[in-house]
Design a protein around this ligand. Structure first.
Ligand code: DC
Length: 231
């Protein structure tokens, strides 16, 4: 059965999009782009240069001038991809708490989004692609052949994040992580430009209580079935 050319996976922070998206791409042999990594790279660049996350004009200029490249892993240290910011490997620095705190502010600047969306669309013309983010099915690739909205309760997402950080030797309390997730959800859902929401023709996949393998199986089932129902 032919598989769709473009697969959009959206959903809130910590729903498992990056993990599932990377596995889907690997399984199907597609290009993979986690668009959150691009907004994180701009946020990191802003922090490095001391740019105020509320200074839209400076952020816009920055987003247009930095060179962000995302490609296959170059180091075997558990990463799903390598992120280069002006040639520097920032794959792990973009996951730091400082970036978590400012990235939603950076991502709500329209000109920052325009610069990122342009690059995301360009990638989608290069071949079969799995693209993961918040607005892929609604704005970036509205004609994507399959759209999935991957979600989980905030409590479950905080628990996963705690595990993920603990595996990297970083201790943050679940309470603190839950607070951050709820704050980010609110910023992502309520922003004026490209708010987080399921596309009308997306299939919602709830991952509470599912293992990675189970969530992957559900997503692959949606992707490979002949016609995804409209919800
Ligand atoms: O998925 P993530 O947590 O790495 O995303 C980081 C931030 O970027 C998050 O606050 C939402 C934002 N983002 C966005 O606005 N649009 C996307 N397509 C992807 C991420």
């Amino acid at each position: 059965m032919p598989t769709p050319r473009t697969i959009a996976i959206d959903g809130p922070a910590g729903a498992g999009k990056s993990t599932i998206g990377a596995l889907v791409a690997e399984r199907l042999g597609y290009l993979y782009l986690d668009t959150g990594a691009m907004y994180r790279a701009v946020a990191l660049a802003a922090l490095d240069r001391g740019i105020d996350p509320d200074d839209g004009a400076k952020l816009a200029e920055l987003a247009r001038s930095v060179r962000i490249l995302i490609g296959p892993p170059t180091v075997r240290d558990g990463r799903a991809y390598t992120v280069l910011l002006d040639g520097r490997d920032v794959t792990w620095p973009i996951r730091a708490a400082g970036v978590d705190r400012v990235v939603s502010q950076v991502a709500r600047v329209p000109a920052v989004r325009d610069a990122m969306v342009e690059q995301q669309r360009a990638l989608a013309t290069q071949g079969r692609v799995v693209m993961v983010g918040r607005d892929i099915g609604t704005i970036v690739l509205p004609h994507a052949e399959r759209k999935i909205f991957l979600t989980a309760s905030a409590a479950e997402r905080a628990r996963r994040r705690e595990e993920e950080l603990a595996a990297r030797g970083e201790a943050r309390t679940r309470q603190q992580l839950l607070h951050e997730i709820l704050r980010r959800d609110q910023l992502d859902r309520e922003r004026a430009v490209a708010p987080l929401k399921a596309a009308q023709d997306a299939v919602v996949v709830q991952t509470d209580g599912l293992s990675v393998q189970e969530a992957l199986d559900r997503v692959l089932a949606v992707i490979t079935r002949p016609n995804a129902p409209r919800s």
